[in-house]
Design a protein around this ligand. Structure first.
Ligand SMILES: *Cc1c(COP(=O)(O)O)cnc(C)c1O
Length: 244
């Protein structure tokens, strides 16, 4: 069933209410938690409607779809987040067109993103994707590899990107307790990295999706990536080919 503008407004209100409640219960301020509306596989008009309802941050997970949505909705007020796995050979297509990349996992990709961002006079905010539960089906750096990875990135002195924090995707099969523990582990990892490398702006935690964003907020998430709770279920054929 296609959604209407009213449905999207209602869904946004409901997600905001859940976010507020989770923030309140954990004694956090809502201003520290941003909602990234994940519009992948959804028509551009859904983005327009969400935008009219006050939502300004959107997430896409393929280069092709991100560029096509941007072409259809030329609006400088939108903050675009790239949340999918990115091959380094596609870095130059996207680096100048997005504000945040959530999935950095290789030095080669970082180098190419930086060069391309600089070429378009842009500075890209990047999050490092961590495979916190060592899930063999997921992209991302193992937690143990993170310090060396950050050291390598800092040594490469990449002026086009700025390291802003960590991102993880929750395990598909996990008990609520496991999930909570994974989110807590990501927060601790970010705190270790901030201290160890003296990176004051390395303070973001991108974690939590439609099914688990309250738990992520409890553990300190600063960016929740919410798709189906806003825009309805995605077509299963395409969903199966995504990295979730
Ligand atoms: C699709 C996707 C989401 C949104 O998932 P929902 O369960 O629909 O909220 C969040 N993060 C990433 C990386 C995704 O690819």
């Amino acid at each position: 069933m296609p959604l209407t503008a009213d449905d999207i407004q209602r869904n946004l209100d409901a997600v905001h209410r859940r976010m507020h409640e989770a923030a309140r219960q954990s004694g956090r301020t809502i201003d520290d938690i941003r909602l990234i509306a994940v519009s992948k596989y959804m028509p551009a008009r859904y983005v327009q409607w969400a935008l009219s309802a006050g939502q300004h941050r959107f997430g896409e997970n393929t280069v092709q779809e991100a560029l096509s949505k941007q072409e259809q909705i030329k609006n400088p007020d939108i903050e675009w987040h790239f949340i999918g796995h990115l091959q380094s050979n596609k870095a130059k297509m996207i680096a100048g067109n997005i504000d945040w990349l959530h999935t950095l996992d290789s030095v080669k990709l970082a180098t190419r993103l930086s060069t391309s961002a600089l070429n378009s006079s842009h500075r890209l905010n990047v999050l490092l994707q961590v495979n916190i539960a060592d899930d063999p089906d997921k992209f991302g750096l193992p937690a143990a590899a993170l310090p060396q990875f950050i050291e390598d990135i800092l040594r490469a002195d990449l002026a086009g990107i700025q390291l802003r924090g960590l991102m993880t995707i929750g395990r598909r099969e996990a008990t609520p307790a496991q999930r909570q523990a994974d989110f807590a582990a990501l927060r601790e990892l970010r705190e270790d990295c901030m201290r160890r490398f003296e990176l004051p702006r390395f303070n973001e935690l991108s974690m939590g999706m439609s099914g688990d964003f309250e738990a992520a907020i409890t553990e300190g998430s600063t960016m929740v990536r919410v798709g189906s709770a806003l825009f309805g279920p995605r077509p299963t054929a395409t969903a199966a080919s995504s990295d979730i």
